[in-house]
Design a protein around this ligand. Structure first.
Ligand SMILES: [Zn+2]
Length: 478
């Protein structure tokens, strides 16, 4: 019997800025699910990547006098570098500017939608904020009729657009979400999208005139238009697994988990399912929706000066550990809830490092291995196995908290049992106690394989070879 295929995706990042801490959180979360699903025997295919078209990128590149492709290449490199430093073990990195891998699939999807009668050309008079790269309604604007985010008046745009008749598919989308055929985590986000669908889904603008935006995928059969973000970017999830080419993996697509932020829930739980239904494709199985990360209770911003840069954290950790990526992985997922907003400050990050890594797993590893070596207790390593319910429910934060608690529990147990005293009066019993600590350390290292892969491998190596780590796994921050 072949194992169960499972496609895991992050949202694709917009290619006009360096990765922020929210990206790092989403990539690590997705990687934890991917590693766990592989461990329990699923055939996982994990994709991440970049959304690289649109007016915002085109304008910014022009302002800087950089060729657009070069502009997006530079940002893609930032993301690929961060993925590497965080041990994000993806199978494929999608880039929507990749003509060879992506265009054909996006255009095939467009043609399918057109054939199904889901598209229509209409004259469109609207307000458009370039900063948001989004059409606005009057009710979206502030009292000065400006975009409340960018504090500029949106452009009045009169143009011909193709529209996707999303309203036509409302009932089918609603039913799929209601029945959990497309399951939304958490329940509160499911309720949010159900309410939105019940208020009525409007048809969506699906293309832009080439005269306004040239940096995009050409609309098949109409060279005056390029695709707007929906068919261009959302399609990445299927083009990355062969859609539009000969090798589209339907079985893999049929068991898909999307991991996204709450700001793009409507795109993924309304527009995207509508497109898939219209094109006769299956819906993803589930969407995991995480919140935003604030700092000190406020949105991170350069003006306030409270931004937390993942690269800076990695640099800070690299001064005290050989595993800076693992340190950041653990702290992010321990401190930020899986399905709600979270808060991080430099203070809370350092406190977590000290409590869970320096005083936690780092200290526990030295303590147990030292005892084992000095009393000549050895243990073989068995195949990594994990059985933990929070990850079965797609809760990475619950899982990492469970691991942190196990570390604390073992540490307390060792302090209480005083094996070093017992071994002087009853060697056999003392040794079997130390053996049981190695056993527990082995169990913790197995769990860490999912959230701190390099640290886990190092601990398992120390147990197997009965040796101390060459230096503390996580030295103290100065
Ligand atoms: Zn705006």
């Amino acid at each position: 019997m072949s194992s169960k295929k499972h496609l895991i995706t992050t949202a694709i990042a917009y290619g006009n800025a360096a990765p922020h801490i929210g990206h790092a959180f989403e990539f690590v979360t997705a990687d934890i699910h991917s590693r766990y699903r592989k461990l329990i025997g699923e055939e996982v295919h994990f994709i991440t990547g970049m959304d690289e078209h649109g007016q915002k990128i085109e304008q910014k590149a022009k302002e800087q006098g950089t060729p657009i492709q070069e502009f997006v290449d530079a940002y893609a490199k930032n993301f690929i570098d961060l993925d590497k430093e965080l041990s994000i073990d993806y199978n494929f990195f999608v880039r929507t500017s990749d003509k060879k891998a992506h265009y054909k699939g996006a255009q095939t999807l467009w043609e399918k939608l057109d054939k199904a009668g889901a598209l229509e050309l209409k004259k469109y008079i609207s307000l458009y904020c370039v900063g948001c790269e989004e059409f606005k309604k009057n009710s979206d604007l502030n009292e000065k009729e400006e975009c409340p985010l960018h504090l500029v008046k949106p452009e009045i745009v009169v143009e011909e657009n193709y529209f996707f008749k999303l309203s036509k598919y409302s009932d089918q989308i609603k039913k799929a979400i209601e029945n959990d055929d497309l399951k939304i985590y958490p329940e509160s986000r499911k309720n949010e999208i159900m309410a939105l669908i019940e208020r009525g889904l409007e048809d969506v603008s699906f293309s832009r005139p080439k005269s306004k935006v040239s940096w995009g995928i050409p609309v098949p059969g109409d060279d005056t238009q390029v695709m707007y973000v929906w068919c261009d970017a959302l399609s990445n999830y299927i083009t990355a697994i062969g859609y539009g080419h000969e090798n589209f993996d339907k079985e893999l697509w049929a068991n898909t988990t999307h991991i996204i932020g709450k700001d793009i829930l409507r795109f993924h739980a309304a527009i995207w399912p509508g497109m898939l239904i219209a094109a006769g494709l299956e819906l993803p199985k589930r969407i995991l929706v995480h919140g935003f990360i604030t700092s000190g209770g406020q949105k991170m911003s350069k003006t306030i000066g409270n931004t937390i840069d993942p690269q800076e954290l990695l640099k800070m950790f690299s001064e005290v550990t050989d595993y800076p990526g693992d340190a950041l992985r653990f702290i992010l997922v321990h401190e930020v809830p899986s399905f709600e907003d979270g808060d991080l400050t430099m203070g809370s990050i350092k406190t977590a490092y000290t409590a869970y890594l320096a005083n936690g797993i780092g200290n526990l590893t030295s303590r147990i291995i030292k005892m084992a070596i000095s009393n000549n207790v050895k243990r073989d390593i068995s195949k990594i196995s994990i059985d933990n319910t929070p990850l079965n429910n797609f809760d990475a934060n619950g899982f990492v908290k469970f691991v942190a608690k196990s570390i604390r529990d073992v540490d307390e147990k060792i302090s209480k049992e005083e094996a070093y005293k017992l071994i002087k009066t009853n060697e056999e019993q003392g040794k079997s106690m130390i053996f049981s600590y190695l056993d527990m350390l082995n169990g913790i290292a197995d769990h860490l394989a999912v959230c701190m892969p390099q640290t886990s491998a190092k601990i398992l190596e120390c147990i197997r070879e009965n040796k101390m780590p060459e230096k503390p796994l996580f030295a103290r921050l100065s």
